[in-house]
Write a protein that binds this ligand. Sequence first.
Ligand code: UDP
Ligand code: MG
Length: 315
Amino acid sequence: MQKPIIGVVSPCYNEELVINETANRLHNIITRLADNNIISQSSFIAFIDDGSKDATWLKITANATTLSNIKGLKLVSNVGAQNALLAGLLTFKDEADALISIDADLQDDINVLEEMILKFCEGTDVVYGVRKERDTDSFFKRNSALLFYGLMQRMKVNIIHNHADYRLCSSRVLNALAEFDEVNLFLRGIIPSIGFNNDVVYYNRQERFAGESKFSFSKMLSFAWNGITSFSNYPLRLVSIIGFAIFFLCLVMSGYAIFGLFLGHVVPGWLSTVLPMYFLGGVQLFCFGILGEYIGKIYLEVKKRPRYFIDKRVD
Ligand code: UDP
Ligand code: MG
């Protein structure tokens, strides 16, 4: 049987400190697997430069000239990790039998690459890398992630717990992915929803090799919010539920007030007038906000703007 061509795709944004190390380690693994006849000699590693402002692209091109199986793709501007990864997957999907996406900072343990590839050889279309524990993440990141995955599950979004973007996808999964042309692509939700047969491999998340995380608190928050609103209309339903509950409460309250009037009770002071006003005002604003989010999404989607532009490529 012919050995499969495997491509490793890694988005990088200002990663000049890690590229050399990552390129070397991935090169060694891929070369070893090819020499052991597990994968084809045409297997490769592709770095996607997501509009970096440092020497990332220079390092990528240098590695592409010295190491035979390294390729590079440079995007015109920074479009975010999800879109950069998508650019890589769509560009290289026809050049490999399966692509593995991995962070450039060596946080995803590359020692499970072989296990992923073996599962693919046995006929699995999607292999998810799942973190065993999150010891290396900060207390805050660990718990916010827990909350996020829990919330997604509650909202019936099909998402793999503790899986980031470290995964193998066969070319037929990637061809299916190419048919999704939403602008706000949330890969962690889309891939499970495509629904080919899948499996998981477990790994320990490492410390970042060098440099620092490109995700600030606000970026992380917007990523999570994006994931929720791209996949679920639950927040909209929540709005109706809250609205109904408050309406019901008001009915009870007015009943009580009328009753009180007949009994000759003194009508309570301004509190009962002012409090509901503020309360309802707040709830309404909150609901408008959620509605606005979805309308904003529709606005972005109907414009159908291109998700990335490719500047150049090295092989
Ligand atoms: N990344 C990217 N574009 C961005 C931000 C990040 O391509 O705008 C890449 C980054 O270089 C890394 C991966 O996405 O390879 C994950 O980013 P990071 O390590 O900063 O995230 P964290 O591991 O802290 O969640
Ligand atoms: Mg990282």
